[in-house]
Write a protein that binds this ligand. Structure first.
Ligand code: HC0
Ligand code: SF4
Length: 575
């Protein structure tokens, strides 16, 4: 331990930690902009400077370690002046129209400027607006970028893709798509991790809320919404609702109060996915097809985009099952449209997702006899849902829990855990066991696939199970950097699995790029635990026991992987 004095307080701290960490642990927060623990500790912004007694020059606290006897001032007049100058310089080149910024009210630059009581910007230079394809699901506003490097580092170190890079020199240094490509030409997986790690409004999802308001206003359209598993674990965060106050039924209430006609839970179609995917898995496993390569899950469009560009020859190993989002869209425009006695094009399908890549996935076409549009018409992130609730002037405390509509009403705990890494695998194994043995396993029999947290297991959770004579080797991985390492090991024959679940975002969809942003705080595993708690207390915990799933098979699809199921619920991912 080392002993120091920080702002007049005698404190002790472990050796080799930074001044910033030591201060934080002792209740003295130091303002920062570029810092991201373990990812970006490069002192690029210089907002975290502190004064060290006996030293003329201020030092940055994020990359200087503590030493015994240090006397530190984190908020002296000299420090405050320096910080104010630094932030004023940043603001001098920044698009300061905060009221029309997607991060208005949740921006670190705004917060730091406000805390420093900056009331004017003495120097001003017009920010540079670089062109951008506004139809792409990921939007970048160069004039908001503060060159903190977080997006560059997250994409490189965590997601292993390197979509962003520094461009230009000197005062013209900026961040842009690497290799002078357009964002469409780059191999962007659309995971959105650069958005959730951006401290300002330089990166955001394409706003689709107006498209949804227009559909709601259109009297010829029937708006049918689905809400993804992971949204329930996070939507209340921005609205000040506790976990108990934010059940999915209140999202249904909000959507109906906005004018949405029917509301459903994606958990239903997660169960449907399990029926199709576990049937496909058993078929591929028993045919010997998986001896060389595993079957990969296909429900995460970030992962599907990644494998297509990085390991294209592995695309054939993806399950052909569409994701729950797409399956639900297809069911709404066919089975549900028939129940309502309307044509598919009268139905406007809306998804509320924790995800940016789902905005790309929705481009998938639907064929029902003939071309019937897209499975899904619009995708909103959890953040956009919150914006709509706000703009509808719905007071969160007035929301009540209402049930989803019928007939795709019921969902199981197995479907809920889809939103956390390992969840799809666990749900599939529960049903695969039943199919092979004719009886249910204990509901928690496969909990070894759950992640203990990505620090402990580097994002990969391996497990082996025996079902009768069959031995299954599985892995669940989250984060694309981890995924690349795992695929390389599979390629080199160092590991072999029968079934692999991949989720692009660290921790799975709960940590998705469309979730509420809490600067630099990783909440995926906290949110994941909420989903496992919902599963533990669910009345139904096996997808095959979902009564509405049984009904849709007896009424409409016949059986898993039937011709109709093949046409509506499966796809060739290589397209
Ligand atoms: Fe997910 Fe999904 S679990 S990908 O993260 O499979 O977005 O929540 O909706 O589709 O169900 C996202 C979340 C989904 C899908 C489901 C899967
Ligand atoms: Fe989207 Fe979930 Fe995949 Fe992230 S892990 S890209 S949130 S589907």
């Amino acid at each position: 331990m080392v002993n120091m004095i920080i702002d007049g307080k005698h404190v002790s701290a472990e050796e080799n930690i930074t001044i910033m960490e030591a201060a934080e642990r002792n209740g003295i927060p130091i303002p920062k902009l570029c810092y991201l623990k373990g990812i970006n500790e490069i002192a690029a912004c210089r907002v975290c400077v502190v004064e060290l007694e006996g030293k003329e020059k201020l030092i940055t606290s994020c990359n200087n370690v503590v030493k015994d006897g240090m006397v530190i001032y984190t908020n002296s007049p000299k420090v405050r002046n320096h910080r104010r100058n630094t932030v004023q310089l940043l603001l001098s080149q920044h698009d300061n129209r905060c009221v029309v910024c997607p991060r208005n009210g949740n921006c670190q630059l705004q917060q730091v400027a406000c805390d420093l009581n900056i009331l004017d910007i003495p120097f001003r230079q017009e920010p540079e607006y670089q062109p951008w394809d506004k139809d792409f699901p990921l939007i970048r506003n160069s004039a908001k970028c503060i060159k903190c490097m977080r997006c560059v580092q997250v994409c490189d170190k965590i997601q292993g893709l390197g979509i962003w890079d520094v461009e230009g020199t000197g005062s013209r240094t900026t961040v842009n798509v690497a290799g002078h490509k357009t964002i469409r030409e780059a191999d962007c997986a659309l995971c959105g991790q650069c958005i959730t790690h951006c401290p300002v409004g330089a990166l955001s999802e394409r706003d689709d809320t107006e498209k949804v308001w227009d559909a709601i206003e259109n009297k010829d359209k029937i708006v049918v919404a689905q809400v993804a598993p992971a949204v329930r674990a996070a939507w209340g965060e921005e609205l000040g609702l506790t976990d108990e106050d934010a059940p999915v039924g209140k999202i249904f209430d909000a959507l109906k109060r906005m004018g949405v006609n029917y509301v459903f839970d994606t958990v239903f179609s997660a169960d449907l996915t399990i029926m199709e995917e576990s049937t496909e898995f058993i078929k591929r496993f028993t045919s010997g097809e998986l001896k060389e390569r595993p079957m990969f899950t296909s429900c995460c469009p970030g992962w599907v985009r990644f494998v297509k560009t990085q390991f294209p020859y592995m695309v054939n190993y993806l399950s052909t099952a569409k994701s729950p989002q797409q399956m639900f869209g297809a069911v709404m425009k066919t089975y549900f449209a028939e129940k309502l006695g309307v044509s598919p094009d009268q139905i406007f399908t809306l998804s509320i997702m924790p995800c940016v890549a789902k905005k790309g996935e929705r481009e998938m076409d639907l064929f029902y006899g003939e071309y019937a549009g897209h499975d899904v018409d619009a995708v909103l992130t959890t953040r956009e849902l919150v914006k709509m609730i706000r703009s509808a002037h719905i007071r969160p405390d007035t929301l009540v829990e209402i049930p989803g509509d019928s007939p795709m009403h019921a969902g199981t705990g197995a479907g809920v855990i889809f939103g956390a890494t390992g969840g799809v695998m666990e749900a599939a194994l529960r049903t695969a066991y039943f199919t092979l043995k004719g009886e249910n396993p204990p509901a928690d029999a496969f909990k070894a696939v759950r992640s203990g947290g990505f620090q402990e297991n580097a994002g990969v959770q391996e497990a082996e199970f025996a079902i009768g004579d069959i031995k299954l080797r599985t892995a669940a991985v989250s984060g694309l950097g981890n995924t690349r390492r795992l695929l390389q090991q599979i390629e080199r024959g160092e590991v072999h699995y029968d079934f692999v679940e991949v989720m692009a975002c660290p921790g799975g969809c709960v940590g998705g790029g469309g979730q509420p942003i809490h600067d630099g705080e990783e909440l995926a595993f906290t949110r994941g635990r909420k989903l496992y708690a919902l599963d533990a207390k669910a009345k139904l915990r096996y997808s095959h026991e979902n009564p509405d799933i049984r009904e849709i098979y007896s009424d409409f699809f016949g059986k898993p992987m039937s011709h109709k199921a093949h046409m509506l619920l499966h796809t060739e991912h290589w397209k």
